[in-house]
Design a protein around this ligand. Structure first.
Ligand code: LIP
Length: 254
């Protein structure tokens, strides 16, 4: 997984470097970023197939490919934070999750610009480069820094999101919207954020990050506290002390 991410990242860093020039072109960089997305996904597929030829794939650009072994599936986003990439904002990541019989057993989130490789294997802890990760120890919402995602043009849920934000804002130290779900979850795992919530994400946005949070001692669930459903993409992640208080805030119970 690491080798595949690093190989794909070489091309992404080169393409990201060209975005600045494209920003000023009349046509703009949209097609260029789509091509960068497809190119990175092709490299990831090639490298992961070489390593595990019988595994299946669920990839953002090319969809589902069944594997011969029938148990393992790579869940891959070649550029999570596509809009950031498109606008020349250096906050995006390659996200690779490995699922076995429906359970995420390995995850990797790589921000090639910051050179931050987050990774975890089930039961073996979560790491940032060579540092072991633990979620934050904050136990007061008043001190907590949370992150979220804001629906935009063409996405549903504008009014419900504003209700969630109205319920959360008065009780916390701050709310951030950075635009890359896999890094939002990695930041919860590393203790940078004390919690994160977002609805309607894709499996490839969250598969790796879900494991990072759990292996760093955090909790992640759907908005009602039940196990997250990759098909729905509604997640609330936090450290052990703040997870339930955040669920209650979002539900209007606090
Ligand atoms: C993005 C997520 C982000 C969400 C955006 C978008 P993409 O994924 O990482 O958290 O708010 O709407 O879904 O589309 O850049 O891979």
């Amino acid at each position: 997984m690491t080798a595949a991410a690093q190989k794909a990242a070489r091309g992404l860093k080169r393409d990201f470097g060209e975005i600045e020039q494209l920003q000023v072109s009349r046509k703009g960089p949209s097609d260029f970023v789509s091509a960068a997305d497809v190119k990175a996904e092709k490299v990831l597929r090639q490298e992961l197939l070489k390593a595990r030829p019988r595994f299946g794939f669920l990839m953002e650009e090319s969809g589902e490919t069944k594997g011969e072994d029938g148990h393992h599936r790579w869940i891959v986003d070649p550029i999570d934070g596509t809009t950031n990439f498109l606008h020349g904002i250096p906050h995006f990541a390659i996200s690779i999750g490995l699922e076995m019989d429906g359970d995420i057993i390995a995850g990797l989130v790589f921000n090639p610009i910051a050179d931050e490789m987050y990774y975890a294997e089930k039961g073996k802890g979560a790491f940032l480069n060579d540092r072991r990760l633990r979620v934050s120890a904050r136990d007061s919402l008043a001190d907590a820094l949370l992150a979220t995602g804001i629906p935009f043009r063409g996405r549903p849920g504008h009014a419900p999101f504003l209700t969630e934000l109205e319920r959360v804002m008065p009780h916390v130290a701050g709310v951030r919207r950075a635009g890359t779900a896999s890094l939002d979850l990695a930041y919860v795992a590393s203790g940078r954020y004390d919690g994160y919530w977002e609805k309607g994400l894709q499996p490839w946005d969250v598969a790796a990050g879900i494991l990072l949070v759990r292996e760093a001692g955090g909790f992640i669930s759907d908005f009602d506290g039940s196990k997250e459903d990759l098909a729905k993409g509604h997640v609330v992640a936090a450290n052990a002390k703040l997870h339930k208080p955040i669920l209650d805030l979002l539900a209007g119970k606090a």
